[in-house]
Design a protein around this ligand. Structure first.
Ligand SMILES: Nc1ncnc2c1ncn2[C@@H]1O[C@H](COP(=O)(O)OP(=O)(O)OP(=O)(O)O)[C@@H](O)[C@H]1O
Length: 379
């Protein structure tokens, strides 16, 4: 589909199919077109080109009431400035099911109760919508959409003003809705949350789809750089096992081959920051499974790492391999210790000794200082 506002082409060439039972995240920078795509999917705006189909039928051929029985949305802006009670706002979700002169029946009341319980808004059901907090209001809108009992649910930044607890509860709820066989699409800025809960991530930038697929396939440093113009390290969240994105300010570093000597979380941090800046990183010698080795494995394909079995000493072979990586690198970064001490005979010193240029940084080196040191050494 394509949508323009006057001369501005907000969305173009976007072709998406959302299967029942899936939760799709729409991610992308501000102004990428996420809200526009969602609004087109609800029939709120007509695409200039293309067709939106709900359950096979073009929205343009459906009445507003029929559309509202098929798709519910949780918008970013409430547009609700009237003094409605919260319960009344949730009841509005039942409108597509009411006859012209009907009041709400028992079935409607049950759907409203269930939706309010699911979204956790019962506690303030009798308060005015103008007298609840921003996060509470967002949950009221979610309840309204749930009460609509549609096979498709669209959410625009559903967790934007929610505290951590309610953000997770909301995503769990939306996940359950998808698992029950409904289709859900959520525009979402929190990439970790998107990766954790969604089956699929669609990356939009400049009104076009840049990437589309399972989170682990779509989210990598290159995709984040391409869509958001940001430097990022994409690792794995230890608690959830899903991609974890850490963005950094842009450094515009000239890409170098950097060999890192060091182990543990401090060296991991150095590897991550260098990789995010676009440097080609190698590492070693480190014990297998070391935090720095894990970071290097996430730093992109081709990051070479020399490992030895845990608790094994550094034998000649791995030492020679690491010395070769150091020798061929533009610069070798030694994390902690005294790597520039050429008299040292331990492995760290012997690897550094093979390098043409060595930069030693403290364990707690600041990321920007690290990048500056690498730039200085290779200038
Ligand atoms: N009603 C409108 N009239 C004119 N331009 C609009 C309108 N709505 C959106 N736009 C423009 O269309 C583009 C896409 O906007 P959209 O709101 O879809 O982006 P978004 O990805 O949802 O952004 P954000 O992350 O900031 O919410 C932007 O350049 C925006 O300025």
């Amino acid at each position: 589909m394509a949508v323009s506002f006057g001369d501005l082409e907000a969305v173009s060439g976007v072709d998406l199919t959302v299967e029942p039972g899936t939760l799709v995240a729409l991610v992308g920078p501000n102004g990428a077109g996420k809200t526009t795509v969602l609004r087109a999917m609800t029939g709120a705006i007509e695409p200039d080109d293309g067709t939106v189909r709900l359950d096979g039928d073009a929205t343009s051929g459906l009445s507003a009431r029929e559309v509202a029985r098929r798709v519910a949305s949780v918008p970013q802006e409430t547009g609700l400035s009237f003094d409605f009670r919260v319960r009344h706002v949730v009841e509005m979700g039942r409108t597509p099911y009411l006859g012209r002169f009907d009041g709400h029946g028992a079935e409607d009341a049950a759907a409203v109760d269930e939706a309010m319980a699911a979204a956790g808004v019962e506690r303030f059901a009798d308060r005015s919508i103008t007298e609840v907090s921003g996060g509470e209001r967002q949950r009221v809108l979610l309840a309204r959409a749930l009460a609509q009992e549609t096979p498709t649910l669209l959410l625009d930044e559903p967790t934007a003003s929610l505290d951590v607890n309610h953000a997770v509860a909301t995503m769990e709820l939306v996940r359950d809705i998808a698992d029950d066989g409904r289709a859900a699409v959520a525009a979402i800025h929190d990439l970790d949350m998107a990766a954790r809960y969604c089956d699929r991530i669609v990356v939009l930038a400049g009104g076009r789809v840049r990437a589309d697929g399972p989170p682990a396939d779509v989210l990598d440093a290159e995709a984040v750089r391409d869509a958001f113009d940001a430097e990022a390290f994409v690792g794995r969240n230890l608690a959830t096992g899903t991609p974890a994105v850490t963005a950094f300010p842009r450094s515009d570093a000239d890409p170098r081959r950097v060999h890192v000597v060091g182990t543990g979380p401090d060296a991991a941090r150095v590897v991550a920051r260098l990789a995010a800046a676009g440097h080609a990183v190698s590492l070693g010698v480190v014990p297998e499974g070391d935090a720095a080795a894990v970071a290097a494995a996430n730093a992109g394909a081709g990051a070479r790492v020399v490992t030895v079995p845990p608790f094994a000493g550094v034998t000649d072979e791995p030492l020679a391999a690491a010395r070769e990586l150091a020798a061929s690198a533009d610069v070798t970064v030694v994390v902690g210790g005294n790597g520039t001490d050429r008299d040292r005979t331990d492995a760290r010193g012997r690897i550094a000794d093979a390098a043409e240029r060595v930069v030693t940084v403290p364990d707690d080196v600041d990321g920007e200082d690290l990048l500056a040191a690498v730039a200085d050494a290779t200038a």
